[in-house]
Design a protein around this ligand. Structure first.
Ligand SMILES: Nc1ncnc2c1ncn2[C@@H]1O[C@H](COP(=O)(O)OP(=O)(O)OP(=O)(O)O)[C@@H](O)[C@H]1O
Ligand SMILES: [Mg+2]
Length: 252
């Protein structure tokens, strides 16, 4: 994995902009995500989290500015290095859990059919869907679909995982399970970029980027961001509001 990472940086964005017609979804955004950590993207609806993640995957191209992903510009050629769990599930509803995971394993290039089968079984067990492996995805609960979607994103063991609101709709126990797994992945050297609205997720992340109107308005460890408010007892929620208000002040 380490050979794909330049100077310990997994993702670097430098003054990146992206517009949907006239709408400036990403606005001269700069960001550094060190390798081997969990990096949380936090921001209100429409802040640009999903758009940024899609720029990192290479699905969208910046209108200006530069992005480096594992030392290279984002491109579909890097697809095998990235696991992407979209905000809206991209599962095939009529196919079973195992068929979905196997499909993603194939498109991500796990060629050897025996090894592929083993890995598909491994991740299906990991997300605790072994008992439902032959069920069509359409018959699963929302949280089970999340788990199937995660299995599809991790099946090829990518060094960089992009998870767009992976914990939405999970029950508290499953949330803990997901976070235990995310932590074990970073300990193995995987970089995780996770978008979320919850301060519970934020507190689990090694570093955070607070987003507003297409920009990263603050980035740092949860402790650094809390300390930046100048109030020793500040919560992450208060830290987030502190930076939002500061930006609003500077907007005039
Ligand atoms: N395909 C699209 N066409 C036009 N505008 C879009 C498209 N996708 C996103 N946008 C706009 O870009 C802006 C950023 O959207 P984005 O989905 O990146 O926000 P987000 O931070 O992921 O929000 P949420 O928390 O609701 O998921 C929004 O104003 C949104 O309406
Ligand atoms: Mg989004």
């Amino acid at each position: 994995m380490a050979q794909n990472i330049t100077n310990g940086v997994a993702v670097k964005a430098d003054k990146v902009s992206f517009h949907f017609k006239k709408l400036r979804a990403i606005d001269e955004l700069s960001l550094v995500v060190p390798a081997g950590i969990s990096f949380g993207l936090l921001g209100p609806n429409g802040a640009g989290k999903t758009t940024l993640i899609r720029l990192i995957t290479g699905l969208l191209k910046p209108k200006s500015g530069g992005i480096d992903v594992l030392g290279q510009p984002p491109s579909r050629k890097n697809a095998r290095l990235i696991g992407y769990m979209p905000q809206l599930h991209s599962l095939y509803a009529e196919l079973s859990v195992m068929q979905n995971v196997s499909f993603f394993a194939k498109i991500y290039g796990l060629k050897n059919s025996k090894q592929r089968q083993q890995r598909v079984e491994e991740v299906t067990k990991l997300v605790n869907l072994w008992g439902r492996r032959n069920d069509s995805v359409m018959n699963l609960s929302g949280g089970m679909k999340q788990r199937a979607s995660l299995a599809c994103a991790i099946v090829h063991n990518p060094p960089l995982l992009l998870l767009d609101e992976p914990t939405v709709g999970l029950d508290p126990e499953l949330r803990v399970t997901f976070w235990d797994y995310f932590t074990s992945l970073t300990q193995e050297g995987t970089t995780l970029i996770i978008s979320s609205h919850t301060m519970d997720d934020a507190a689990h992340c090694d570093r955070l980027g607070f987003m507003r109107q297409g920009k990263v308005i603050a980035q740092g460890t949860p402790t650094e961001l809390k300390e930046a408010t100048g109030q020793p007892e500040a919560s992450l929620e208060e830290a987030f509001l502190h930076f939002i208000h500061r930006e609003e002040g500077s907007d005039g």
